[in-house]
Structure formats: structure tokens, C-alpha cells
Ligand binder design. Structure first.
Ligand SMILES: [Zn+2]
Length: 280
């Protein structure tokens, strides 16, 4: 394992535009249940998954009722203020502050990357601690709206402070398209990066799963001399490094160049430490 950690640190130091993709695996180490794992939220309660498929339709048809249910029903992930970022989150924030990681794209909705200090974060499936305007995509912190008061006064749904559009949770519900700004910026990053670090996700949920595959398909042309002839060969434009507790379809399909098969909370701090030393 040590040599792969060394290799990942070296690849990061040598990169020009490194980005990271994260998924549920990095948050389960903070005690947040995943959705589809053996003790995942949907695995334990298939009816909750069926209900989740109705939520976006409810918002479109009756946003007032959507909000009434959200404010009175149980929260799927529990109280997010009671969980803390773990060493994996902090290591990624440190790699960004060192100027190594340029962008973090996460499937997680738990806000833990921002709380750990990551700044350039694209929340592909939204953020449970934020609200989003369904018309103009403006994001608001939960504290910017007194939702309980609006409910008591019969003024739900909340309306956008910028355009007057209807506000929903920033979380992307089943059936709801990925917000166009995040989808666009994420794809741009996948086109731009020369190193992609993938942490705690098997990247099987589309369209997120397109990001590593898009990066893998990119080739650059490189000249090489072969018995006094110059030939142009096409080589992969991106190095893809996986940190996952188990091998994933990215491993089997050889989308990743190599897998560091350990918990993210264990490996990422080691990588960050080596990068820090290499730059001293
Ligand atoms: Zn708006």
C-alpha cells in the first residue's frame, strides 16, 4: 500500500489540474448511513425509497404540500449538525489549500466537505443544508429563511429573494435533473483535469458516473521517434486514482489506473502528508 500512496502523492504533485470526486464512502466514516450499502437507508427501508421517488413530483404539483411534509416529517440523514467531518474530508481540504486540488465534485449532500474547509465544491446532488431556487438556481443557506414561521403564517412555499421563483431543498430528488450549472461545471472539470482522484464511490449512478468515463476517453497526441521516424501516438490525457475500500466497476473496467484499497480516512491523510513533505 505504501508504494501506491507514494505514487498517488507524486502524481498529485506533478499534476497541473487535479480534481477529486467523492461519494458516500467518505461520509460513512463520519457515521452517516449510505443509501445502497448493506445497512443503507434504502436497503433497510425499501418503502422509503418508493416514497422518495414521489418527492419531486410533489414539489412540481404542490410545492406548499411538499414543504409541509418536509418540515413535519423525519429527516432521512438525521441531524447533520451532530456529525463531524473525518480525517479524509480534512485531507482533501488541505490538498486544496496547498493549491494541488483545483475542484471537488461530490455526490454527498451532507455539507461535510465545506465544513472541513473545502472551498471549490460542486455538489452534484445538492446540499441538505441549503435551499435552491427552482427558477434561477440561486442557492441560500437554510438560516436565510425562517421556514417554521412561514409555515405558521401559511406562507409556504418560500420564494426566491432574487427572482421570486419557488424555493425547494437544494437536494436533487429522484426524477429531478442535475442543476444545469453544476452539471455543466462538472463536465468542464472532467474535460480539463489531468488527474482525477476518486474517493469512496463506485460511480455507478448516472449521470455522475459519466465523469470518470469522460475523463478516461480523453487522449492527447504525443510525438515519439521510432527508428529515425517521428510518429504520433495517442496516450491517455488523465491519470485516474481510486481510493476505495473495495474494488469497483471503475477498477474492473480499467477506468482507474490504480486502486488504493483502504478507507479514505486512513489513506487521504497519508497522501496529504507526503504531498506536504514533497513541497517543503
Ligand atoms: Zn430565483
Amino acid at each position: 500500500m505504501e508504494s501506491l500512496v507514494e505514487r498517488a502523492a507524486r502524481d498529485l504533485v506533478n499534476s497541473k489540474h487535479a480534481i477529486v470526486l467523492t461519494g458516500a464512502g467518505i461520509s460513512t466514516e463520519s457515521g452517516i448511513a449510505d443509501f445502497r450499502g448493506p445497512s443503507g437507508i434504502w436497503t433497510r427501508d425499501p418503502d422509503a425509497e418508493k416514497r422518495a421517488y414521489q418527492i419531486y413530483g410533489k414539489f412540481l404539483a404542490n410545492p406548499k404540500e411538499y414543504w409541509e411534509e418536509r418540515l413535519t416529517g423525519p429527516s432521512l440523514l438525521g441531524d447533520l449538525t451532530k456529525v463531524e467531518p473525518n480525517p479524509g474530508h480534512y485531507a482533501l481540504a488541505e490538498l486544496e489549500s496547498m493549491g494541488i486540488l483545483k475542484c471537488l465534485i461530490t455526490q454527498n449532500i451532507d455539507n461535510l466537505h465545506r465544513r472541513a474547509g473545502s472551498r471549490n465544491v460542486l455538489e452534484y446532488h445538492g446540499n441538505a443544508c441549503r435551499l435552491r431556487c427552482s427558477s434561477c438556481n440561486a442557492r441560500f443557506d437554510l438560516e436565510e429563511y425562517d421556514l417554521e414561521k412561514l409555515r405558521e403564517e401559511g406562507k409556504l412555499p418560500p420564494l426566491c429573494q432574487k427572482c421570486g421563483g419557488t424555493i425547494k431543498s437544494d437536494v436533487v430528488h429522484f426524477q429531478e435533473p442535475i442543476p444545469s450549472d453544476v452539471a455543466h461545471q462538472s463536465l468542464e472539470e472532467a474535460w480539463k483535469c489531468d488527474l482525477m482522484l476518486i474517493c469512496g464511490t463506485s460511480a455507478v449512478v448516472y449521470p455522475f458516473a459519466n465523469l470518470p468515463r469522460t475523463a478516461r476517453d480523453r487522449k492527447i497526441e504525443k510525438e515519439k521517434s521510432e527508428s529515425n521516424l517521428y510518429v504520433v501516438e495517442k496516450i491517455p490525457a488523465v491519470t485516474i486514482v481510486e481510493v476505495n475500500a473495495d474494488a469497483t466497476p471503475l477498477t474492473y473496467e480499467q477506468i482507474s489506473d490504480y486502486l488504493i484499497q483502504r478507507r479514505t480516512g486512513e489513506v487521504l491523510p497519508k497522501i496529504a502528508e507526503r504531498v506536504r513533505k514533497a513541497r517543503e
